[in-house]
Design a binder for this molecule. Sequence first.
Ligand code: TYD
Length: 138
Amino acid sequence: MSQMGKCEVISLPKIEDQRGNLTFIEQNRHIPFSIQRVYYLYDVPGGAERGGHAHKDLQQLIIAMSGSFDVVLNDGFEKKRIHLNRSYQGLYLPKMIWRELDNFSSGAVCMVLASNLYDENDYYRDYEEFIQAVKETR
Ligand code: TYD
């Protein structure tokens, strides 16, 4: 399967209640990896773009905890734009996906669950270098 074929919006469990809804995520059950790190983007100014890199090994789940934004995916062969705006949906990203985040609504919070600790050596920050690596692993 292509790397793009592995990307999917996962519907997370949602316990509906008049007092407010509840969603939970269990590692290796609702998502196909163990969670080593959680980070989040917030106070994103209008028009700003985040991301602009790929990971050599890291898997992630991206959730719009509040508000909305777009994630533009590119596996070196095809491109897809996915709009996230539900706190019970997570976008699963395998390794080797170039991603850009844009179109943030005001008050948007983007939470990311990651399969590893932060490691700058796991990043492709140069697009041409990423494309070269995709070609080499074909
Ligand atoms: P980066 O991954 O480039 O952010 P984004 O993809 O959201 O645009 O990270 C921005 C900065 O934050 C960079 O200097 C690395 C640092 N950082 C950490 O120290 N730990 C982390 O877990 C993350 C995600 C980033």
